[in-house]
Design a protein around this ligand. Structure first.
Ligand code: R5P
Length: 289
C-alpha cells in the first residue's frame, strides 16, 4: 500500500505509513494564482492499493482530497481508500429547516464516487463505530474515545463525565464506562451557530474531577457556557476533551475557566495530546490482510 498525506494531514500520513511499513506517496500540491488547486501524483501507483489521509476542515482541503482520489485512479491505482480523520459538513446531517442542503450526504456521496472505501474517525453523523452507512454511502467509523479516556484516566482521581448536551449523552455514558465512573448531561439549547443557552438543572459534581466530553469543539461557545455552569457546582477540577478541535475563536476564550483541555490530532492544534495515527494504521493493516 502507498499512503498519501493531503496538505492538512502531512504528519499523520507520515506516522501511519511508518506504522504499517508502507511507502509514503509523493505528490505536488500547490495553488494557481487565482486560488485554484493544482495536484500531481509523483509516485508510481499502477496496480497499487493507495490510501489518502486528509482531514477535511475547509473547502480547499475537500477539493484537494477529490483531486487526489481521482488522480490516483487515473494513474492506475487499484484500490483508493479515502481516510478522513475529520470531515467538514458532518454536522449538517439533517434538514433542520425546509429547503436546506443535506451537506453531509452531498459531500459523502462525492467522496464515495471517487474512492473504493471511506474511513472516518468519530464522525458526527454516526454515533456507533465500525461499518456503517449514511444515506446509503458505506464507510468505516473509527473510535478515538478510548484513546482520550486512557490518556485522562490516570490524571483524574475522582472522575465524572458530563455530556454538554443530550446528543452527546451516549458518548458520555460510554466514556464513563471506560473510566469506571458516573456520568450526567446538561441541557443545551442552540440559539444560533455561535450561541447556546444552558437550561439549569442541579449537578452533583462537588469534589469531582469533571470531564466535559464533546465530539467537536468549534467556536468553543458550548464548552465555555457548560464550564461556567459546572463551575457553580464546586467540582475539584474541570477537564475538557474532544475528538475534533476546530477552535474557530482560538484557545484564549477558555483561559481561567478550565484545568485541562485536550484533543486528538484529527485536526492539529496546540492541545492535540492524543495521536489517532495508530488507530488509522490498525484499520489500514486490516485492509492489507
Ligand atoms: C454539536 O452537536 C457538536 O456535538 C458540538 O457540541 C458543537 O459542534 C460545538 O460547537 P461550538 O464549539 O461552536 O459550541
Amino acid at each position: 500500500m502507498i499512503v498519501f498525506g493531503g496538505s492538512n494531514s502531512v504528519s499523520l500520513a507520515w506516522d501511519v505509513s511508518k506504522d504499517i511499513g508502507a511507502q509514503l506517496g509523493k505528490s505536488e500540491v500547490k495553488k494557481f494564482p487565482d486560488g485554484e488547486a493544482y495536484l500531481r501524483i509523483l509516485s508510481d501507483v499502477r496496480n497499487q492499493d493507495c490510501a489518502v489521509i486528509q482531514s477535511v476542515r475547509t473547502n480547499d482541503h475537500l477539493v484537494e482530497l477529490l483531486l487526489f482520489l481521482d488522480a490516483l485512479r487515473d494513474q492506475g491505482a487499484r484500490e483508493v481508500v479515502a481516510v478522513l480523520p475529520y470531515l467538514a459538513y458532518s454536522r449538517q446531517d439533517k434538514v433542520f429547516a425546509s429547503g436546506e442542503a443535506l451537506s453531509a450526504k452531498t459531500i459523502l456521496k462525492i467522496i464515495e464516487e471517487l474512492s473504493s472505501r471511506i474511513v472516518t474517525v468519530n464522525t458526527h453523523f454516526m454515533r456507533g463505530f465500525g461499518e456503517g452507512s449514511f444515506h446509503r454511502v458505506r464507510f468505516t467509523n473509527l473510535d478515538a474515545i478510548p484513546l482520550l479516556t486512557s490518556y485522562l484516566r490516570p490524571r483524574m482521581s475522582h472522575p465524572m463525565v458530563i455530556a454538554p448536551d443530550a446528543g452527546s449523552l451516549g458518548m458520555a455514558k460510554y466514556a464513563a464506562e471506560l473510566m469506571g465512573c458516573e456520568f450526567d448531561h446538561i441541557k443545551k439549547k442552540r440559539i444560533s451557530g455561535s450561541e447556546v443557552i444552558i437550561e439549569t438543572k442541579p449537578l452533583a459534581v462537588k469534589g469531582m474531577d469533571v470531564l466535559i466530553l464533546d465530539d467537536i469543539i468549534s467556536t468553543g461557545g458550548t464548552i465555555v457556557k457548560v464550564a461556567d455552569f459546572v463551575g457553580e457546582w464546586k467540582p475539584k477540577s474541570i477537564n475538557v476533551a474532544c475528538v475534533h478541535a476546530l477552535f474557530t475563536n482560538g484557545l484564549d476564550i477558555f483561559r481561567g475557566k478550565l484545568d485541562r483541555i485536550i484533543a486528538t490530532n484529527t485536526v492539529e492544534s496546540p492541545i492535540s495530546r492524543v495521536n489517532v495515527g495508530p488507530l488509522i494504521a490498525r484499520e489500514l493493516k486490516r485492509e492489507l490482510g
